[in-house]
Design a protein around this ligand. Structure first.
Ligand code: NAD
Length: 302
């Protein structure tokens, strides 16, 4: 009798890098036609407070890709000692600057600065992270708005892989304001049945084993083991943990125990090369959307 052992199965890899590259190509073309139509080059302002090394890498990558697609990039690197009122003054200046169509404040902010107040000082039409109350409220009410970048990246990849997701059971691990919660809202809008798990959820494995779509965004390396996954499920790993290798180099890993999961899942995102590249591409897509809103075009649909 011949049968394939469970370990001979290999999930297909969801290539976020390739999908992001196709998004960049399309955004670049859209920016050229936007300029031809309105004589405007969309601009993105990125604000970093303090000198967190990981955040510095993120904002430099964002600036690089912004130039790459033909947008204007405005970097504001502020010292760790910046006060909340100084930061709010800068945000108000950027709100009033017609060359700036999108404003992103890199999180986390140093202690003593209330992120909520800072994010909600950004005009909703320039809130390219989609994290302000107006844009989150629009998402929760199924109204068009600017959608948070990482959740948008997840849903674009899922649509590309699965097409119609109506009726699928999606389990999201992590319920942060930045990823888990907006992602759950987006999946509801796709017609999924959505379960949300978090640090206080009991027996997460029982829940995840029922997931047709499993998305994890916790920052807990290796949390999702192979036996947490329903055979054939689609697994999206948003988590990022930096590990130090013995040679003193740093390596990025996700929440999923990849070597086990790859033998159970039907499709899976690698880390790196999965959701990470999608996040920056979606930020630039949102900046173009913001520029369109500012010339009076209607908002895109969820
Ligand atoms: P967060 O710390 O704000 O939230 C983490 C969430 O995970 C919380 O809801 C918490 O309840 C849950 N959680 C933590 N430990 C858990 C456990 N053991 N079991 C179940 N749930 C648990 O983090 P965040 O900002 O939402 O980011 C989550 C992860 O995603 C991080 O690793 C972050 O670096 C990564 N991230 C990646 C991208 C990207 O572009 N790939 C973008 C944003 C965030």
């Amino acid at each position: 009798m011949t049968h394939s052992s469970p370990s001979s199965h290999k999930a297909s890899l969801i290539d976020g890098k390739a999908y992001a590259a196709s998004l960049y190509t399309r955004i670049r073309e859209d920016i050229i036609s936007f300029h031809e139509q309105y004589g405007i080059t969309p601009g993105l302002a990125v604000v970093l407070v303090g000198n967190d090394p990981a955040s510095e890498i993120y904002v430099r990558n964002k600036a690089l890709q912004t130039h790459h697609v033909g947008m204007r990039s405005f970097m504001h690197m502020l010292p760790e000692t910046t006060s909340e009122s100084e930061l709010l003054t800068l945000i108000k200046q950027l709100n009033a600057d017609p060359a700036v169509h999108g404003i992103l404040v890199q999180l986390p902010l140093p202690s003593g600065i209330e992120a909520h107040r800072v994010i909600n000082t950004i005009l909703p039409q320039k809130d390219v992270d989609g994290l302000g109350e107006v844009n989150i409220g629009r998402l929760a009410s199924n109204r068009p708005g600017i959608i948070p970048c990482t959740p948008l990246g997840c849903v674009l990849l899922l649509r590309d892989q699965l097409g119609d997701m109506k009726g699928q059971h999606a389990v999201v691990i992590g319920c942060s304001h930045l990823v888990g919660k907006p992602l759950a809202l987006l999946l509801l809008a796709e017609g999924c049945t959505v379960s949300i798990a978090h640090i206080h959820t009991r027996d997460i494995k029982v829940l995840t084993q029922q997931a047709d779509i499993l998305i994890t965004a916790t920052g807990c390396h290796g949390l999702v083991r192979g036996d947490w996954i329903k055979p054939g499920a689609t697994v999206i790993d948003v988590g990022i943990t930096r590990l130090q290798t013995e040679e003193g180099k740093s390596r990025i890993v996700g929440d999923v125990f990849f070597d086990e999961a790859v033998h159970v899942a039907g499709r899976i995102t690698p880390v790196p090369g999965g959701i990470g590249p999608m996040t920056i591409a979606c930020l630039l897509e949102n900046t173009l959307t913001a520029a369109r809103i500012q010339v009076g075009k209607s908002l895109p649909c969820v």
